[in-house]
Design a protein around this ligand. Structure first.
Ligand SMILES: Cc1ncc(COP(=O)(O)O)c(C=O)c1O
Length: 443
């Protein structure tokens, strides 16, 4: 086939996908069918699909053929870069194991053949059906949390949990203490709920409690948002003594503790969560986004009984309920041990990825925990993190600077590397590119 006609075929299919004439999820003809339809060779049909795959427009799966991918949001739309084609996305973690697509397909088939489907069509209680709340309560026991089913609420992912908690338990203008470097989503929640975030500098293995005390003496602080186990982005795991000291400060100054446990499953040996140590003043928020899959949007909140009706109302206002298609699926996986198995596999996976990072980044000073899915890389000398991020982008590697994580003041020159979203081989190669780039700019 002449080059021009082959390119025309790629352009025509790409245009059909971009214009929505071929919808996401559409199964495309097999290579053989495409060859017959377009009167081209099988090799050219294969090359056509390879080109469309490189453009991020189609994906292929063994046994399912080639199909149209969901369009990738622009970086402006989501505030971060999503990898496409050859790009390696080290900006955020969506650690899915290769077997999970098949797991989902099997679970959907099972769901389709049970009586559950009827209920999927109806409104459900805002915080989830009582048997599902009991299943989540049982799961929380494996996190060291012993809670009653009726203090658990199911939400659309942890960010929805944080938003509904902030909407219902905090008032506009409230001061919320946060780590100086923290999860970027909390800034968005604070902005929407008109909360004032005040940054607490990092201490040795957690927030600097002296600084927190000083702030509480000067200002009326209503709450503290924190990640005691596997802090994002610094990876700390607060010791039992630090947790006790933090709770003492919170009690002395009447703080509500908002504990984020999204990454906690990765560190099996952590001390108990704050919600277990101080259940009367702590609201615990977590999800299956990192342990199972981010796209499912299955999260949960565990709160003191008096807060539950208020959070329920915020769930009603924002989502009514988490779709029961998702809750049925996830609760099935919680119950049959699939989640526990995936957690074990991801603990092993995170460890292996950290070992790759240790080797590839040798010679650079890093802040990281061996069980976590990320690395914080302060820039050496005068190296500017934005210059590194730009140069890496040109090399096909996407990384975050400190800016989204900085809760106040000047962001330090550092980059955060999310290890969980690319293959091990691509991770090794990308991290080597990171090291080479940083060294090349350090003169
Ligand atoms: C620390 C932390 N909390 C919460 C979330 C939000 O999780 P979800 O996808 O369940 O909304 C994230 C996502 O990256 C996170 O890193």
């Amino acid at each position: 086939m002449p080059q021009a006609r082959y390119k025309q075929l790629v352009d025509r299919l790409a245009d059909d996908i971009r214009q929505g004439r071929l919808k996401p999820g559409t199964a495309l003809p097999t290579h053989r069918q495409l060859a017959a339809r377009e009167r081209i060779s099988l090799a050219t049909a294969t090359r056509t699909y390879a080109e469309l795959r490189n453009m991020g427009l189609v994906a292929g799966e063994v046994g399912r053929g080639t199909y149209v991918r969901e369009p990738l949001p622009s970086s402006e739309e989501v505030g971060m870069h999503i990898a496409s084609g050859d790009l390696a996305d080290l900006t955020f973690n969506y650690p899915a194991l290769p077997t999970q697509t098949e797991l989902l397909r099997t679970a959907l088939r099972q769901l389709a053949s049970t009586g559950e489907l009827e209920s999927v069509l109806r409104y459900q209680p805002h915080g989830g059906r009582s048997h599902e709340r009991a299943i989540v309560a049982e799961h929380l026991r494996s996190r060291g949390l012993s809670v009653a089913a009726d203090s658990v609420l199911i939400v659309n992912g942890a960010i929805h949990g944080l938003a509904t908690v902030a909407m219902s338990l905090l008032q506009p203008g409230d001061v919320v203490a946060v780590d100086a470097l923290s999860y970027p989503g909390i800034k968005v929640v604070a902005e929407q709920c008109r909360l004032e975030l005040v940054a607490i500098p990092a201490g040795r293995g957690g927030p600097d409690l002296e600084a927190l005390q000083a702030l509480c003496r000067n200002r009326k602080v209503r709450a503290l948002y924190c990640m005691p186990t596997l802090h994002n982005p610094l990876g700390w795991v607060m010791s039992q003594a630090e947790r006790d000291a933090l709770i003492a400060v919170a009690r002395r100054h009447g703080l509500l503790l908002l504990e984020d446990g999204v990454y906690a499953f990765l560190e099996a040996k952590a001390p108990p969560p704050l919600a277990a140590l101080a259940p009367d003043i702590t609201v615990y928020v977590s999800s299956l986004s990192k342990s199972v899959a981010a796209g499912l949007r299955f999260g949960f909140v565990s709160a003191p009984a008096a807060f539950v009706p208020k959070i329920n109302r915020a769930i009603r206002a924002t989502a009514w309920n988490t779709p029961s298609l998702v809750t049925s699926l996830c609760c099935g996986w919680l119950q049959d041990g699939t989640v526990a198995r995936l957690e074990r596999e991801k603990r092993r996976d995170a460890g292996a990825r950290q070992a790759i990072a240790a080797k590839a980044l040798a010679g650079l000073q890093t802040v990281r925990h061996p069980a976590s899915y990320f690395v914080w890389l302060p820039m050496p000398g005068e190296v500017r993190s934005d210059a590194v991020a730009k140069r890496l982008r040109e090399e096909g590697v996407l990384v975050s600077t400190a800016e989204p994580y900085a809760m106040g003041g000047h962001p330090p020159h550092a980059i955060r590397l999310a290890l969980g979203s690319v293959t091990h081989a691509k991770l090794r190669q990308s991290l080597e590119t990171v090291a080479t780039t940083v060294f090349s700019l350090d003169y």
